[in-house]
Design a protein around this ligand. Structure first.
Ligand code: CAA
Length: 258
């Protein structure tokens, strides 16, 4: 993997998109490397939280690679769009929570990558935007779908139709990010959040993620059924016995089994 760095430490993995000279733009090579890194993290069962960030001080990801895209025909563009979407969907459905640590530009595919993650923490220099219509295209890696689901149709349409960027404080105000922190505290904040997640029962966290994601696709009654399934399945785990016995015995859980 030349364009993506992967670090795995205790229960937390960090994937860094590492193409700073092109502001971490998502070329096919970057997407392929990202896919490979995701597969490695997925196969490492001791990892309970994943952080995705960009290399350098300036950019998370400045979008899909415009130079690579510009000569594509309709079929090639569809193949590229499907590939990006397949990877971002993999992130959305990843078996553990994924935190985007947004360290600068999150434009086009970069904003879409952030939206595919479960939690977004932005540095105070972060800039968000969907500038695609200014390039003569629509967002292509989920921007027309996830952004509206996250912030509502009005703000999403404003961002997508105007192509204008917004700063971190505005992104926080519209609910696009969970929090904004000083740039030099970004990774510490993401790691703290990841550690807070990783100390909990991993199957319970994973079941909760599935229930939220699947529930958002359906009506409330079907959603409640999804929740009952997720909740009751936890009672087949050692972690449920560990967690509840610790509570009634007034003890702390040292570590969950799974
Ligand atoms: N694709 C390819 N190369 C990119 C890129 C991108 N999306 N964004 C930046 N780069 C490259 C630049 O071409 C430049 O390369 P060279 O040094 O070889 O010239 C290098 O990164 C540094 O960029 P700038 O000199 O432009 O840096 P800047 O600080 O002046 O501007 C910026 C920063 C505002 C982010 C500007 O680079 C920019 O507007 N980038 C494009 C953003 C964009 O339009 N993203 C959407 C892409 S389309 C998309 O993502 C479709 C989709 O939904 C899948």
């Amino acid at each position: 993997m030349d364009t993506v760095l992967l670090e795995m430490k205790e229960h937390i993995a960090t994937i860094t998109i590492n193409r700073p000279k092109a502001l971490n733009a998502l070329s096919t090579e970057v997407l392929e490397d990202l896919n490979t890194a995701l597969a490695q993290v997925c196969a490492t069962k001791s990892i309970y939280a994943l952080i995705i960030t960009g290399a350098g001080d300036k950019s998370f990801v400045a979008g899909a690679d415009i130079a690579e895209m510009k000569d594509k025909n309709v079929d090639e563009a569809a193949t590229y769009g499907r590939f990006g979407n397949q990877i971002f969907r993999r992130i959305e459905n990843f078996r553990c929570p994924v935190i985007a640590a947004i360290n600068g530009f999150a434009l086009g595919g970069g904003c879409e990558l952030a939206c595919a993650c479960d939690i977004r923490i932005a540095a105070d220099n972060a800039v968000f935007g969907q500038p695609e219509v200014g390039l003569g295209i629509t967002p292509g890696f989920g921007g027309t779908q996830r952004l509206a689901r996250l912030v509502g149709a009005g703000p999403a349409k404003e961002m997508i139709f105007t192509g204008r960027n917004i700063k971190a404080d505005k992104a926080l105000a519209i609910g696009l990010v969970n929090s904004v922190v000083p740039h030099d505290e970004l990774m510490a904040a993401a790691e703290k959040m990841a550690a807070n997640i990783a100390k909990n029962a991993p199957i319970a966290v994973a079941n909760a993620k599935t229930a939220i994601n699947e529930g958002l696709q359906t009506n409330i009654d079907a959603g409640i059924n999804i929740e009952v399934k997720a909740f009751s399945a936890c009672f087949a785990t050692e972690d449920q016995r560990t967690g509840m016995n610790a509570f009634v015995n007034k003890e702390k859980v040292d570590a969950f089994a799974n």
